[in-house]
Ligand binder design. Structure first.
Ligand code: UD1
Ligand code: UDP
Length: 358
């Protein structure tokens, strides 16, 4: 019987896997999950498996908190042993983290077919570790699930028509998760009451390496969010990377910082906020799913259709531009009715395609 070995490790991958694993199981496809351990705090990892009822990983490699080379290398060594033992029919990886690249590279060298979910995205910024991971993963993948037309265009312009891989446009699996879990989140999320979050607030997240590891960028962002916070409360569920860096530089922002929240609380915040400000890939799209405008604290985005349609504004890390973008977006009205990401059917497309392809 065909068996998929799925490699996950970081928070956004648990959310994507929640949607896809449900459909694999529904379609009778056998799956085994390997957690690399890249994210490991309860509120960065286990909470998603519990809340979203993701099948328990068969293996947890517990590899984290290392430089890029050591992290990817150790993951590869451990994954190789597992793939040799388990002999999966294909290995599935998500997105663009070090766990993604490690899983794809090991599988390909063992001549196991690689399936990449969220393929074809590009920022065209080779300084981003994610850009390196996604380009390399795409190149060695056999089946590439692209969320958008832009992703397909990127692959075509890189010559993928001449490669032996198969490209399928499936939409965005995060939209499946958002639609599937929002009713339950509405019923059980307590985050707003728990933190006395006011009726109008801006939801912000910050964790991108280029924003946290460059102190000038981080100070620009904090300054901009402090300024916005004087007009409307800014609430930040803070990624541990950013918390560590704020502490090491003794920076104390004026806005509300809370611990990272589980998915139900996060989509409840997204659903109730007035505006999203983020440097996250996933959160940019989720803003759109919940009909919120978004200000993205980056110079580029992979989700270009959000900018092209006026739902998202890029502001980089300058305090001035961040404040200006907030002003432009906070009371903007848009029709969010356009289908950009497959309307919650992306995981089903994956399962159906795998049934034929495996
Ligand atoms: C990683 C991904 C990034 C993705 C992000 C999602 C890479 C190169 N980066 O970045 O693409 O957007 O995940 O959140 O793969 N930490 C904790 N507890 C945790 C998780 C992390 O304390 O549960 C700390 C680590 O010890 C480390 C820092 O956060 O000091 C960064 O973690 P790491 O996994 O290296 O990168 P992320 O910034 O999380
Ligand atoms: N998220 C969450 N709790 C938080 C912050 C984010 O559940 O405190 C979710 C968010 O809704 C999205 C995913 O985590 O589904 C995005 O992960 P992240 O921003 O860490 O990574 P990226 O998408 O940038 O790779």
């Amino acid at each position: 019987m065909a068996k998929i070995l799925t490699v996950v490790g970081a928070r956004p991958q648990f959310i994507k896997a929640a949607a896809v694993s449900r459909q694999l199981s529904k379609h009778g496809i056998s799956e085994l999950i390997v957690h690399t351990g890249q994210h490991f705090d309860d509120n960065m990892s286990d909470v998603f498996f519990r809340e979203m009822e993701i099948p328990k990983p068969t293996y947890n490699l517990e590899i984290n908190s290392l430089g890029h080379g050591a992290m990817t290398g150790r993951m590869m060594e451990a994954l190789e042993k597992i793939m040799v033992d388990e002999k999966p029919s294909a290995v599935m990886v998500y997105g663009d983290t070090n766990s993604t690249l490690a899983g794809a590279l090991v599988a390909k060298k063992l001549h196991i077919r690689v399936v990449h979910v969220e393929a074809g995205l590009r920022s065209f910024n080779m300084d981003m570790p994610e850009e390196i991971n996604r380009i390399l993963t795409d190149r060695i993948s056999d089946l590439l699930f692209c969320p958008t037309d832009a992703a397909i265009r990127n692959l075509k312009s890189e010559g993928f028509d001449n490669f032996q891989s198969k490209i399928v446009k499936n939409g965005d699996v995060m939209q499946d998760a958002a639609y599937f879990y929002i009713e339950k989140a509405r019923r059980i999320s307590t985050v707003i009451a728990e933190h006395s979050i006011p009726e109008r607030f801006v939801l912000a997240t910050i964790h991108r390496q280029e924003n946290t590891d460059n102190i000038d960028n981080l100070k620009g962002i904090i300054d901009g969010l402090n300024r916005i916070n004087k007009e409307i409360s800014v609430v930040v569920p803070l990624h541990p990377r950013t918390r560590k860096i704020l502490a090491s530089h003794k920076l104390s922002p004026e806005f509300m910082i809370i611990d990272p929240v589980g998915y139900f609380d996060m989509i409840s915040l997204l659903n109730n906020c007035s505006l999203v400000v983020t440097d996250s890939g996933g959160v940019q799209k989720e803003a759109f799913f919940f009909k919120k405008h978004c200000v993205t604290m980056r110079e580029q985005t992979e989700w270009v259709e959000l900018v092209e349609n006026g739902f998202n504004a890029l502001c980089g890390s300058s305090s001035e531009k961040l404040y200006g973008s907030y002003k432009a977006m906070v009371s903007k009205e848009s029709d969010f009715g356009i289908d950009l990401y497959g309307e919650g059917k992306a995981s089903e497309v994956i399962a159906r395609e795998l049934l034929e392809w495996l």
